[in-house]
Every structure is written in structure tokens, then in C-alpha cells.
Design a protein around this ligand. Structure first.
Ligand SMILES: CC(C)(COP(=O)(O)OP(=O)(O)OC[C@H]1O[C@@H](n2cnc3c(N)ncnc32)[C@H](O)[C@@H]1OP(=O)(O)O)[C@@H](O)C(=O)NCCC(=O)NCCS
Length: 211
């Protein structure tokens, strides 16, 4: 009786765990910024950051906008935006320098000197379908090279087809398989395979296609 209850408790806990497959993609930094008119891509100015909630009103909470502004103020972070000529912000993406970490999937590969990790990409629903993530990716590849990073990385869930297509179109290639367990206590990710840091560093020496 007791063991049956214990077993049922175990099964309930197992059912609460979700397995997520992802890949860490990498490529050398530096790229021609590809953005279709009338859109523009740039590193976020204080004016861009101040209007995030107003422009992305349906999709962005004030708390998230504040988090983005805090990240932009951190010298190890940069925030890129795509805008319309009116200044309206249509999407954003982040860079963290020298560390691969992703809060969304709970991945922490620790300090990685010379690596620019791209994360938290977002395009407002009204502007999707215009390759704006590619614009955000290429802008950050350019910005990362300007900060002397050699390799750029980004983590994408295998089920995120739009993001995966953009990342491949921007010349990234998968270098590490990542598994995530999502449970009541949060999310935790692991890199599968040996010598993950060497694999990431090695991707700085090949020629991305296209550039
Ligand atoms: C991911 C995201 C940023 C992409 O926005 P976007 O730049 O407007 O992307 P697009 O709609 O132009 O799609 C990019 C590519 O994926 C393709 N695509 C879109 N949905 C797809 C699907 N379900 N299956 C296969 N391909 C798909 C598009 O056809 C396009 O390829 P193409 O340029 O060769 O035609 C946007 O969907 C978003 O903000 N999603 C929510 C947040 C998110 O998932 N962020 C990424 C975290 S890594």
C-alpha cells in the first residue's frame, strides 16, 4: 500500500518533468548587416529603450522592459533593435560578452572569453515574416566583432522552426546538443558530448556561409 502510494507520487513527479531538445549554434563574428527597407537595425539608443513598452504594448510587460534596460546598462551586455523610420521599435535581441548563459532554458556554460552569446531574440507579431531576426543576428555579429569577440553563439530549441531557419540563414551551424529538463523547480540544461568549450572555440576558425 505504502509502496503503491510512493510509486504514484513518483509518477506524478515524472509527469511534471518536460524534456526539451535544443542546439547551441556558433559561427565566427563579423557580418554584413542584412535588413530589408524600410526597417533599420542598430544597437539600442536610450530613446529606443525608453519606448519599448509603448511600441510593444500588447506583448511586453513593464517588468520585462525594465529588465531589458538593466541589461543594456551592464557593460558586458548589448541590446540590438529593429525599428521603422518613425522610430517604432519592432524587435530586439541581446548579446552577453564572455559568458554563455541562457536563463530561458537554464543553461550555464560559464565564462567563455572571446565569445559573444546572443539571446532573448524577439520580433513583434505584426512585423514577423520580414526576416527581422536575421537583421538582429547580423547586426549583433557586426557589434560582437567590433568588441573583438571571435565566436558568436545562440541557443535554439529544436521545435522553434522560425528561429532555427533565421540562425541557419545567418550562417550559424549547430555545435552542441543541449538537453533541458523543465520541472516544478525551474529549468536546467546540460551540454551533451565531450570538450564543449573546444568545440565552441573551433567554430571561430571556419568560414560561415553565407557572409
Ligand atoms: C523567432 C522570431 C524572432 C522570428 O521572427 P522573424 O524574423 O519575423 O522570422 P520570420 O517569420 O521571417 O521567419 C524566419 C524563417 O523561418 C521560416 N519559418 C517560420 N515559421 C516556420 C515554421 N513553422 N516551420 C518552418 N519554417 C518556418 C520562415 O519561412 C522564414 O524563412 P525564410 O526567410 O526562408 O522564408 C519570432 O517568431 C519571435 O519573436 N518568436 C517568439 C520569440 C522567440 O521564439 N525567439 C527566439 C528565441 S531563440
Amino acid at each position: 500500500m505504502r509502496s503503491g502510494r510512493r510509486r504514484r507520487g513518483f509518477l506524478t513527479r515524472v509527469k511534471e518533468l518536460v524534456w526539451i531538445d535544443s542546439h547551441l549554434y556558433a559561427r565566427p563574428t563579423g557580418a554584413r548587416v542584412v535588413v530589408a527597407p524600410p526597417y533599420r537595425a542598430r544597437l539600442a539608443t536610450p530613446a529606443d529603450l525608453a519606448r519599448l513598452e509603448a511600441d510593444l504594448t500588447e506583448e511586453l510587460t513593464a517588468t520585462k522592459a525594465e529588465l531589458i534596460r538593466r541589461r543594456a546598462a551592464d557593460p558586458d551586455h548589448q541590446v540590438a533593435v529593429v525599428t521603422l523610420p518613425t522610430g517604432e521599435v519592432c524587435g530586439y535581441g541581446h548579446i552577453t560578452h564572455g559568458r554563455i548563459g541562457d536563463d530561458h532554458l537554464g543553461l550555464d556554460l560559464g565564462r567563455q572569453p572571446g565569445v559573444a552569446h546572443l539571446f532573448d531574440d524577439y520580433v513583434a507579431s505584426a512585423h514577423r515574416g520580414n526576416r527581422l531576426q536575421v537583421a538582429l543576428l547580423t547586426l549583433r555579429l557586426d557589434a560582437a566583432e567590433a568588441r573583438r569577440a571571435q565566436v558568436a553563439t545562440i541557443l535554439v530549441a529544436d521545435t522553434n522552426h522560425a528561429s532555427r531557419a533565421s540562425v541557419l540563414a545567418a550562417g550559424f551551424r549547430p555545435v552542441l546538443r543541449i538537453v533541458t529538463l523543465r520541472g516544478p523547480a525551474g529549468r536546467r540544461s546540460w551540454a551533451l558530448g565531450v570538450r564543449p568549450k573546444e568545440k565552441i572555440r573551433a567554430s571561430g576558425s571556419w568560414s560561415p556561409d553565407p557572409r
